[in-house]
Design a protein around this ligand. Structure first.
Ligand code: FAD
Length: 527
């Protein structure tokens, strides 16, 4: 049996580990506890065309429309057509999806033309999925290493042959593998306002970058329109607007009807920008989300997580509108893969939010990311089962510890400064002056020390990725999807291509065409 290291235990990593373990020896490593992940916090649900009034074609159309011309149609078709069977499998696994009259309940979310979003525990869908899958993984006998961080990939002769790890107690190690599957999620933490938990520092993407893998679409970062403007910044799911809640300005008037025909259910980038502008117009004061029309019982039953967050902030959302602000939420960019999760480095696969399959285009359709994790994890497993892999020359080894305490923050100030710079200059709206200033400021933010620790590694990764996001955002001189340049506010038809960024001595930013045309790469500039 060959050895596969799966890194990360969100929906993508857990699904991949379960499937790959049927034909290979799997080690699952994860930075925190097994269930800790962005997946755990997902609220609104998982989208799939499962109902009679829906179809794969409609889901494809909605996904491509939201993707603003950049969605890779092949990847989108795979997502929407292979998703339903895998969601049914989750139902069989026992994910406690909500029901209505015995049937699966379904919600409507922004930019979906049909109600097709399954949810669990009201707004605790991610928890239902994470707990169910983690329980199966624990029961499967898969070797699980919790509190073990991937720091770097081991690449020999152009092939991935293992991973370097760092434990919470400062002990390092190397795990040899014939293949590595990165399922390390995205990176909300480079931004000062984010819905993402602390662990979302883009470690896998940064490690892939250092190893020389191609990354793509890094300029496309989705800002969720509505996080609670109170300590903790809890996400207020799109599903709340889907159920009928409306956005109000400081004077109590609706403003989204003036911005877009779909008003509060317009695509995320449109709503996030409209809120950001409205906030600027009212001197930074958050806008209000009015869910009072939905009724106290319904709110408590359908959205218990948000209800608890409101109560913790001293707000009664059944009685009065609550303050909300945009926040960094989901990264469309990541490690570039083909339709089988394969990256540009042999032996390295990437899935879930860490990957860029092209399915999310320039703007993810709500509730499509859990689905993407599921679908491409299954594809990664299929790809590996069909491949003859050369034996890795690397054996597992333990390296002596550095003695640094777990979680000790070497230079919190650097990360805080980075987060402010990114929010200010590379956030909901960007322009060349601000992005250039961001590059200069990030360059000044040096990691404080080189002693190996999880916090130091995260800091290094955040600085690396912040720099790359800014470079990619500077290179795209147009506005598209989630990337809005105030100095280039229109969309250019000649810019309908993804940008690949690779480390080849310098940083290169180039273009690639879609999979049907063979993923050709054309390096167009060096910075
Ligand atoms: C608050 C919130 C609500 C959301 N709601 C929805 C929703 O309703 N529907 C939807 O489709 N999407 C939603 N999303 C997005 C969705 O949750 C994520 O895109 C998706 O869960 C990503 O899954 P993943 O498996 O790729 O990564 P994650 O779930 O983020 O898992 C990444 C895993 O990798 C581990 N890891 C990270 N770095 C390392 C390292 N260096 N070494 C070892 N392990 C590492 C982490 O600990 C974690 O276990 C939401 C996101 C947030 C933050």
């Amino acid at each position: 049996m060959f050895r596969v290291v799966v890194v990360g235990s969100g929906i993508a990593g857990l699904t991949a580990a379960l499937r790959i373990s049927t034909f290979a020896e799997v080690t699952l490593i994860t930075k925190g506890a097994l269930q800790e992940s962005n997946t755990l916090y997902a609220q609104g649900g998982i989208a799939a065309a499962l109902f009679d009034d829906d179809s794969v074609e409609l889901h494809v159309r909605d996904t491509l429309l939201a993707g603003a011309g950049l969605g890779n149609e092949d990847a989108v078709r795979i997502l929407c057509s292979e998703g339903p069977a895998l969601v049914r499998e989750l139902v069989r696994f026992g994910v406690p999806f909500d029901r209505s009259g015995g049937e699966l309940a379904r919600g409507l979310e922004a930019a979906h033309s049909r109600s097709r979003v399954l949810h669990a525990g009201g707004d605790a869908t991610g928890r239902g999925i994470a707990v169910t899958l983690a329980t199966r993984v624990r029961a499967s006998g898969i070797r699980i290493l919790e509190n073990a961080m991937l720091t770097d990939l081991v690449v020999r002769c152009g092939r991935t042959v293992g991973v370097r790890t760092l434990d919470a107690d400062g002990t390092g190690g190397v795990l040899g593998a014939e293949a590595v599957v990165l399922a390390t999620g995205g990176a909300g933490r480079p931004y000062s306002h984010t819905t993402n938990p602390c662990g979302a520092t883009g470690d896998g993407i940064a490690a892939a970058w250092r190893a020389g893998a191609e990354l793509a679409d890094l300029e496309f970062y989705q800002f969720h329109p509505t996080a609670l403007a109170a300590p903790g910044g809890t996400l207020v799911s799109e599903a709340v607007r889907g159920e009928g809640a409306v956005l109000l300005d400081a004077s109590g008037s609706r403003f989204m009807q003036r911005v877009h025909g779909d008003a509060e259910l317009a695509p995320r980038d449109v709503v996030a920008r409209a809120i950001a502008r409205q906030m600027t117009a009212q001197n930074g004061a958050p806008v209000l989300l009015d869910a009072t029309g939905l009724g106290r019982r319904f709110l408590a039953h359908r959205f218990p997580t948000i209800q608890a967050a409101c109560e913790a902030a001293g707000l009664d959302w059944a009685l009065e509108p609550i303050p909300v602000t945009p926040a960094a939420h989901y990264w469309m960019g990541g490690v570039k893969t083909d339709a089988w999760a394969r990256t540009s480095i042999p032996g390295l696969l990437a899935i879930g939010e860490a990957a860029c399959t092209g399915a999310q285009g320039a703007n993810r359709l709500a509730s499509n990311s859990l689905l993407e994790g599921l679908v491409f994890a299954a594809r990664a497993a299929d790809a590996l089962s069909a491949t003859e892999l050369p034996t890795s020359p690397v054996e597992d080894t333990v390296l002596s510890g550095s003695g640094r305490a777990a979680g000790e923050a070497p230079s919190e100030r650097t990360v805080d400064d980075l987060r402010e710079v990114m929010w200010r200059y590379a956030g909901v709206e960007r322009n060349a002056d601000g992005l250039s200033e961001a590059l200069r400021l990030i360059d000044e933010l040096q990691p404080a020390d080189s002693v190996p620790s999880i916090a130091a590694q995260e800091e290094l990764n955040l600085l690396t990725l912040g720099d790359l996001v800014v470079r990619a955002a500077l290179a795209r001189e147009e506005s598209r999807g989630a990337h809005y340049r105030s100095d280039f506010p229109t969309t250019h038809s000649e810019a309908v291509h993804s940008r690949v960024i690779l480390r080849d001595g310098d940083v290169h930013i180039g273009t690639f065409t879609d999979a049907r045309q063979g993923m050709t790469r054309e390096v167009v500039g060096a910075c």
